[in-house]
Design a protein around this ligand. Structure first.
Ligand code: F6R
Length: 611
């Protein structure tokens, strides 16, 4: 989604802002812009539709200078992607604003600013109301921070925003509600960004703004007031993310790099949490084991890939812990009246920790009587981590590719550990506790072995190049793996892909089968394999081209129209975590053959901070 960078310094900041935007490119966007103020208050505002590269060219041509400035990458919500809708937006040739989020009462504000105050709008965005509102209110308030604070009182919706004023060129004012912002602390200079990754080349010291905070940033100081207007301090933490964490480390794409990072990410995530075969006491947060003892139901809420991970966990929790588990898409959960079981644990899953629907679901759940909320999340400073009772931090490292890979497998490892923690707390199912510990410990090495499939899958991917549709099949805990495989393929190769529980085929989708519809099957050697084989036979009989991913040499043989890709036999508990690897490779290499933008697929954003 949209990205924000801002700086107030002694030195020229154009390069800092542009580098920050480049480091936020992964989030997905369709236009970019920058507004710089020099010491006299002269404004240079440059915007371009398309990639940051176009903006860089325009900046080179115009060589603007400035020591205070704001920059933005926009992911269109209100108004098409275009230069006129790109941020910063301006008012009265004085105020400039960049904004992430959505202003829900923008139409009402636009109507009154137009009819009552005579403002003329030059874009179709919801953001432009903010800057005219600030311009209008500035007559009634003594300084920029109190003006912005007053404006925020009239806004309904979500915002992370940064405002500059040409009549006060040595400050920026920032405000946060529903869309994250971090302040970066330098020596005699200060910064702001929607993601600390943007600022790592210039500082490692950050404070995360809380909901409702409004802050004035100058070279010398950061002055924050909270939602009630009272001065507050927010703690400054040293980031442990390295400045090159956003780099590709020699890989062609972030996605490929992140696929190969999975074993290490899992090792880090289990370290100090799985000790000598037991789950560490506070692995899921202080007091978690005591709380888990009485939990009788688990409600998982998530979106996209994280939802697919939750679907796998349902099989583990119901089978091994013996308690009920429901999994729901966050955008559905938040808008219905759901039944809350007694002694229920709410679990949110999220790579970013800022997904608007998942966050709204957590906030709703707080009023519904859950025993506690737990988030399994990859970003320590995120809203989900800050607002949940219990936290399991994933330690996958920054995930930059829009298509989630390592976050999925790390979530699964964490969820298997959660199932084990529930059993340990309840003192039940020791066999599962021992087997899962062993399986998790062996997982990173097994993942490394699965990487040998890269080459055969690369060759096989050619066969998908001219296909319009694909079907993914699985049974049991491999059905969500098929769902995740289909999601990966559709989002980065733009091939329409659907997943079905293989037993559902006869109930409709069999009608689609012909030689133009490749069918991908996830077929580990488990209790359901014979059933799955019958499903495969039904599809074969209808002339389909099939790709079967298996882990047993003697169950399938390749023949014309049936390609078998075998990996080493996987323990059934970790099979879902291993079987996604070939499907990740498949989607990656099909996307390469099709020449799509693998890391930033069209229309998508990495962190979905709007509804
Ligand atoms: C797919 C993908 C998305 C995310 C979804 C949730 O590859 O990345 O489906 O999984 O937007 O995001 P998080 O996990 O950040 O809440």
């Amino acid at each position: 989604m949209c990205g924000i960078v801002g700086a107030v310094a002694e030195r020229p900041i154009t390069e800092i802002l542009i580098e920050g935007l480049k480091r936020l490119e992964y989030r997905g966007y369709d236009s970019a812009g920058v507004a710089l103020l020099d010491a006299s208050g002269a404004i240079s505002c440059i915007k371009r539709e398309g990639k940051v590269e176009s903006l860089v060219q325009a900046v080179k041509d115009q060589s603007p200078t400035g020591t205070t400035g704001i920059a933005h990458t926009r992911w269109a919500t209100h108004g098409v992607p275009s230069e006129r809708n790109a941020h910063p937006h301006q008012s009265g040739n004085r105020f400039s604003v960049v904004h992430n989020g959505i202003i829900e009462n923008h139409q009402e504000l636009r109507d009154s600013l137009t009819a009552d105050d005579g403002y003329v709008f030059s874009s179709d965005t919801d953001t432009e109301v903010i800057v005219h509102l600030i311009h209008k209110l500035s007559a009634d308030y003594p300084d920029l921070r109190s003006t912005v604070f007053a404006a925020t009182q009239k806004l309904v919706g979500a915002y992370g925003m940064v405002v500059s004023d040409s009549e006060s060129p040595s400050e920026l004012v920032v405000a946060r509600s529903g869309s994250p912002l971090v302040i970066g602390y330098g020596l005699g200079e200060h910064f702001v960004a929607s993601d600390q990754l943007a600022l790592l080349p210039v500082t490692r010291r950050f404070a995360v703004l809380e909901e409702g905070d409004v802050a004035q940033i100058t070279k010398e100081a950061v002055n924050i007031i909270d939602a009630t207007g009272e001065p507050v301090r927010r703690s400054i933490e040293e980031s442990d993310i390295t400045a090159d964490a956003g780099g590709k480390a020699g890989y062609k794409h972030y996605m490929l790099k992140e696929i190969f990072e999975q074993p290490e990410a899992i090792r880090r995530t289990l370290q100090d949490r799985l000790i000598e075969g037991k789950v560490a006491d506070n692995a899921f947060g202080n007091g978690s084991l005591k709380l888990f003892k009485n939990i009788k139901h688990v409600q998982i809420v998530a979106c996209g890939t994280s939802y697919n991970a939750g679907m796998v966990a349902r099989y583990w929790i119901e089978q091994h812990v013996g308690i009920s588990c429901s999994v729901e898409i966050a955008s559905e959960f938040r808008y219905r009246e759901s039944f809350v079981h007694k002694d229920s644990l709410l679990v949110t899953l999220s790579q970013s920790g800022e997904t608007a629907d998942t966050l709204a679901a957590l906030r709703l759940a707080k009023s519904l009587g859950y025993s506690a909320s737990l988030t399994i999340c990859n970003v320590e400073t995120s809203s989900l981590v800050r607002e949940s009772d219990l936290v399991y931090l994933m330690k996958a490292g920054p995930e930059i590719g829009v298509a989630s890979t390592k976050a999925f497998t790390v979530q699964l490892a964490a969820l298997l550990l959660l199932s084990k923690a529930l059993c340990e707390a309840k003192k039940i199912n020791q066999d599962f506790c021992a087997e899962s510990a062993q399986a998790l410990t062996s997982l990173p090495a097994q993942m490394e072995r699965a990487f040998s499939l890269e080459q055969p899958i690369k060759e096989l991917a050619e066969q998908f190049a001219d296909k319009q549709h694909a079907l993914f099949l699985g049974r049991g805990d491999q059905y969500p793996v098929a769902m995740e495989g289909a999601l990966k393929l559709k989002e980065i190769s733009y091939i329409h892909a659907e997943a079905y529980a293989a037993g559902e085929l006869k109930h409709g989708p069999l009608a689609l089968i012909d030689a133009e519809m490749p069918v991908v099957v996830v077929a580990p050697d488990n209790d359901l394999l014979d059933k799955l084989k019958s499903n495969i036979a039904e599809v074969r009989a209808r002339g389909s081209v099939m790709y079967v991913f298996a882990d047993s040499d003697d169950q399938f043989e390749s023949e014309p129209g049936l390609d078998v890709v075998n990996m080493a036999h996987a323990n059934h508990l970790i099979a879902p975590i291993l079987f996604i690897i070939p499907l990740q490779f498949l989607s990656y290499y099909v996307a390469l053959v099709k020449g799509t933008d693998v890391d930033q697929p069209r229309n998508l954003a990495k962190s979905v901070t709007v509804e």
